[in-house]
Design a protein around this ligand. Structure first.
Ligand SMILES: Nc1ncnc2c1ncn2[C@@H]1O[C@H](COP(=O)(O)OP(=O)(O)O)[C@@H](O)[C@H]1O
Ligand SMILES: [Mg+2]
Length: 355
């Protein structure tokens, strides 16, 4: 499950628009998506078409715990865009007073999300336009961050402030984001200023900027005012195409992050083993086994020291391996390893156990 906060302390830069339309675009491609509306203005909820009864439970009730705690799952509603919403509420603005002094207050959203009974592939969290308690809660819960940047009124120092805060959160909470990426919004390609700023952003943030750019598109505003994501309002609008492209990019990033996490975890499991054979007269010694498909190659060659000791270090995950040495073309067992086993060809392989 990916948890992505959409954050920038500046108002009007497209956080809420991105939250709604990315949620709908991800859902359109088959992901199970939950949009968590952490903004007391609750624009993400209304823009996604949530209509609440006056006494309905909202995200506020799930986080506040008073008068009695409500499970977050109970507050979630399905919307026409094909995703789920944990609706925001004006009372969220009182949470800071209520929780800031409490132990675990800053981890309240993270805690509530951990208790969800429904599985989601991606959870998007919309945040208010400030760096206060609610935004901190969202960032504490998230492991990725999208920072929309309104290029038409771009101020580099605003973004550097935000990146400084993310750095501070990492240090203060020992929290590691797997990805932080900027999203250029409100781009007007006729504007020379916007084109120059885009160049500046790309050269500042390099791979930490989405390739997809969101241009100025009135359909996004109209869709929000009618409470539908743009892909369902007008799928031919440039905003619809761009948010679908962004969803593709977000999914691609997910696959890359998974592969990275897998590589890191399997790297951590690897054990270093040394194969050694004393043989001063040999010209070339290889070690082959089921860990290298029994293939004699440059990579299987042992190196010789002056003493006539040949050795090679290999990193392998825990397991049971069969191997042989190949001394000047002759396949033989490891004479220093008492553990061996007969193979289907009638000779014996040496056995290596790594636990
Ligand atoms: N690409 C865009 N083109 C035109 N209007 C946009 C675009 N993105 C957002 N808007 C409009 O700008 C206003 C602010 O956007 P919003 O997403 O609510 O910003 P934030 O959540 O960062 O405050 C809204 O009225 C929204 O409909
Ligand atoms: Mg907003």
């Amino acid at each position: 499950m990916r948890l992505i906060a959409i954050t920038n302390q500046k108002g009007g830069c497209g956080k809420t628009t991105t939250a709604i339309n990315l949620a709908a675009s991800l859902a359109a491609s088959g992901s199970r998506v939950l949009l968590v509306d952490m903004d007391p203005q609750a624009h993400a909820s209304s823009g996604a078409g949530v209509q609440l009864a006056p006494n309905a439970k909202t995200l506020y009730h799930a986080l506040s715990g008073s008068p009695e705690p409500t499970a977050l799952q109970e507050t979630i509603v399905a919307v026409r865009g094909g995703f789920a919403v944990a609706p925001g509420h004006i009372l969220l603005s009182t949470l800071e007073q209520e929780l800031a002094q409490q132990e675990g207050g800053i981890g309240r959203l993270s805690h509530a999300l951990a208790g969800l009974s429904q599985p989601y592939d991606i959870i998007l969290i919309d945040t208010p336009p400030n760096l206060g308690f609610l935004t901190f809660n969202a960032l504490r819960a998230a492991n990725e961050v999208i920072v929309p940047i309104d290029i038409s009124s771009f101020a580099l120092n605003g973004v550097s402030k935000l990146f400084n805060m993310l750095e501070l959160i990492k240090v203060k909470t020992d929290h590691r984001f797997t990805a932080v990426k900027a999203l250029v919004t409100n781009f007007d390609k006729r504007s020379k200023y916007a084109r120059q700023m885009l160049g500046l952003i790309r050269s500042t943030f390099h791979h930490q900027v989405y390739t997809t750019i969101i241009t100025v598109n009135i359909a996004l505003r109209e869709a929000a005012s009618r409470g539908v994501p743009v892909v369902h309002f007008n799928k031919y609008a440039s905003g619809a195409r761009q948010y679908l492209a962004l969803a593709d990019e977000v999914k691609q990033d997910g696959r890359r992050l998974d592969a990275q996490a897998f590589a890191e975890s399997s790297q951590a499991l690897l054990k270093r083993v040394a194969f050694e054979l004393h043989h001063p007269e040999a010209q070339a010694i290889h070690v082959v086994g089921d860990f290298n498909q029994w293939s004699v190659s440059e990579g299987s060659l042992l190196s010789r020291r002056e003493t006539g000791l040949w050795s090679k270090e290999v990193e392998l995950p825990p397991g049971r391996y069969r191997y042989k040495f190949v001394v000047d073309g002759q396949w033989c067992e490891d004479p220093n390893n008492p553990r061996s086993e007969v193979n289907p060809f009638g000779s014996a392989d040496s056995i290596l156990l790594i636990d």
